[in-house]
Design a protein around this ligand. Structure first.
Ligand code: A3P
Length: 288
């Protein structure tokens, strides 16, 4: 079943959100002017993108002591391919943070100059699938597919925003020598956030004192983020999210897929994904 054109359009083999972009805008991003200090967060949807946006913006603003605390995540690390709030990217002060779900062939050409940085965050695809399934009910911009089996078949066929998870992850992993990328997993962040933060700081060449790291860990906890409208997407307008149907930060755990997928569905998933996943240089953690 093809995704409804009411929600997504296909451009050069990839799906984009109908209400937030146009093919011309996507093409124009190839020539988007990049600064050496720019940092990009790149991910497949539902992999922990907002969590990473929050952490990065805190690292750059040293625990939020310079006023960014009052801003929505959307304004702190804006989406490149979505025209939201008509932001003027060119007038943003350096270092600029950006976020994108795009494959490497769509990102600005200048990103591969080796000076600017990319943090690619990924998550085990069964949790991604289940998180995506629930999110599609909350998001007004994505088609709601009530039947999980149908949603899973679309995911396995890559007929959704982000396209095929395997293509996205394999594609970016294969670009490791062409861009300056740190690969992070949701699961490692979940298991040891301190180490992940230090890893990010090391990659960015930032050194934060212990108190600041502690502060970031506390502010990046699931409960803290969920309680804050600015980090739980609650300030997004009702034509983007239907807040009555659920919250952006839903469960925030590893292995929640087991609560939605049956054994048969999990086996069906494995039959399509397992072979290619075994060749990935990462072993994903499926539960704890
Ligand atoms: P769940 O739906 O499994 O809860 P993205 O930002 O890429 O769309 O990812 C959303 C997922 O990341 C959601 O997963 C959300 O709850 C989870 N997440 C966001 N912030 C988190 C945090 N601080 N700790 C753990 N998980 C978090």
């Amino acid at each position: 079943m093809e995704p409804s054109e009411k929600y997504l359009f296909k451009h050069k083999g990839s799906y984009f959100v109908q209400s937030l972009a146009t093919p011309e805008y996507i093409d124009s991003l190839r020539d988007f002017e990049i600064r050496d200090s720019d940092v990009f967060i790149i991910s497949y949807p539902k992999s922990g993108t907002m969590w990473t946006q929050h952490i990065l913006s805190m690292i750059y603003h040293e625990g939020h002591r310079n006023g960014t605390e009052s801003m929505d995540l959307l304004d702190r690390a804006p989406w490149l391919e979505y025209k939201i709030r008509n932001m003027d990217f060119a007038s943003r002060p350096s270092p600029r943070l950006f976020t994108t779900h795009m494959h490497h062939q769509f990102v600005p050409k200048g990103l591969s100059n080796g000076k600017n940085k990319i943090i690619y965050v990924m998550r085990n695809p069964k949790d991604v699938l289940v998180s995506f399934y629930h999110y599609s009910k909350v998001s007004v911009q994505l088609e709601e597919v009530r039947d999980f089996d149908t949603f899973m078949e679309r995911f396995l066929a890559g007929k959704m925003l982000g396209d095929l998870w395997l293509d996205h992850v394999e594609g970016w992993l294969a670009q490791k020598d062409n861009f300056n990328i740190l690969f992070l997993t949701y699961e490692e962040m979940k298991k040891d956030l301190r180490s992940s933060i230090l890893k990010i700081c090391n990659f960015l060449g930032k050194s934060l004192n212990e108190n600041l790291v502690d502060d970031i860990i506390a502010k990046a906890s699931f409960d803290k983020m969920r309680a804050d409208p600015r980090t739980n997407a609650e300030n997004l307008p009702s034509d983007m999210l239907d807040h009555s149907k659920g919250r952006f930060l839903r469960k925030g755990t590893i292995g929640d897929w087991k609560n939605t997928m049956t054994v048969a569905q999990s086996e069906r998933f494995d039959s399509v994904f397992k072979e290619r996943m075994e060749k990935l240089p990462f072993k994903f953690c499926w539960d704890i």
